[in-house]
Design a protein around this ligand. Structure first.
Ligand code: ZN
Length: 329
């Protein structure tokens, strides 16, 4: 998660390098864009406040640069700022947006540009919602909404090396990232979370296609692949960061989770202790935790703990595995 101090560093020391570059002359852009889009993005214009309905759109989806199509923002980070311009708290990737000092009109402001094509997008201010505290005040004409059917789900059920490895096998799961949710500070490190003092749980963020796998099915997989009756303890992993938890993103998801927790309770004599909390933030864990099992299959922990778990899982969920893992029979 970017904070104001990071933006200041980018301005002083250089912006992160984008994944690709798109460079065209004004003569080329003017042919590709509508006049207002050209004026704002290529000539650093500002659209009239409250001129776009985009301010009040909060449906799931992503926002891309009108000029080059690079994804810039996700609706999950969009908020109602009341300014009359669409406002976000974070870009989708740290290298999606570039920052420059803007001293026009006698003010010192931070200009936000598309890092790929240098389109002027708007400005960034340090008065956004916590924990990041940033407000990307954007011109709606500089953005286009990209419809997305993908959804996200966030679960904790012990060590994320294990849960990530399991969910990656499921058909309809597009991506799984390991990280931390449910704690008190932004951008916690593994060490801080491991101390148990930050309140975060080790979680996975699952991106899935609801046409192929439902939230209901993901919940059932989650609750059948760890022990939901044990508080803060999944075998060798003990501590609140290993608690069993479901983060819901809507009242529908909450109702579905309550129903399935009730079903799961029927299978146990002990009380199911899985927590159910509204989703707030997911902080991606350090790179070496991502895809840990596939990168370190021979590590002692993987062999002892994850391999047997995956074998049992593959047997139980044969028909729900990614197509390349399904047996040919
Ligand atoms: Zn662009």
């Amino acid at each position: 998660m970017l904070k104001w101090i990071d933006i200041v560093k980018f301005i002083n020391n250089g912006n992160p390098v984008p994944d690709r570059r798109v460079e065209k002359t004004d003569a080329q852009w003017v042919l590709l864009l509508e006049p207002e889009q050209f004026r704002v993005t290529r000539k650093k214009g500002t659209e009239r406040a409250f001129s776009s309905e985009m301010c009040s759109y909060f449906e799931p989806g992503k926002y891309a640069c009108i000029c080059c199509g690079t994804l810039l923002f996700d609706s999950a980070q969009k908020f109602e700022s009341g300014t009359g311009w669409p406002s976000f708290t974070q870009p989708v990737k740290q290298n999606a947006v570039a920052y420059h000092k803007d001293i026009s009109f006698g003010n010192v402001r931070v200009e936000a540009l598309c890092a790929t094509c240098d389109a002027h997008l708007g400005h960034v201010f340090p008065d956004g919602p916590q924990p990041g505290g940033l407000r990307y005040c954007m011109n709606a004409v500089a953005l286009k909404k990209v419809e997305s059917t993908e959804r996200k789900a966030t679960f904790g059920g012990g060590c994320f090396w294990c849960t990530e490895a399991i969910f990656k096998l499921l058909k309809g799961v597009v991506a799984v990232e390991s990280g931390y949710s449910g704690g008190k500070i932004a951008n916690p490190t593994y060490k801080e979370v491991g101390s148990g003092k930050t309140g975060h749980a080790e979680v996975i963020e699952v991106t899935y296609n609801p046409a192929e796998i439902s939230y209901d099915e993901l919940l059932r997989v989650h609750l059948s692949t760890h022990n939901p009756t044990v508080l803060n303890d999944q075998g060798t992993e003990i501590g609140t960061q290993y608690r069993s938890i479901i983060f819901y993103r809507s009242e529908e998801e909450k109702a579905m989770a309550l129903k399935i927790l009730d079903d799961v309770q029927q299978l146990y004599n002990q009380l199911v202790v899985t927590q159910l909390e509204p989703f707030e933030y997911f902080y991606k864990a350090e790179d070496y935790h991502q895809d840990y099992f596939n990168k370190n299959p021979d590590a002692g922990y993987c062999q002892a703990m994850i391999v047997p778990k995956l074998e049992g899982f593959k047997e139980l969920y044969k028909d729900k595995l990614q197509p390349n893992l399904q047996a040919n029979d």
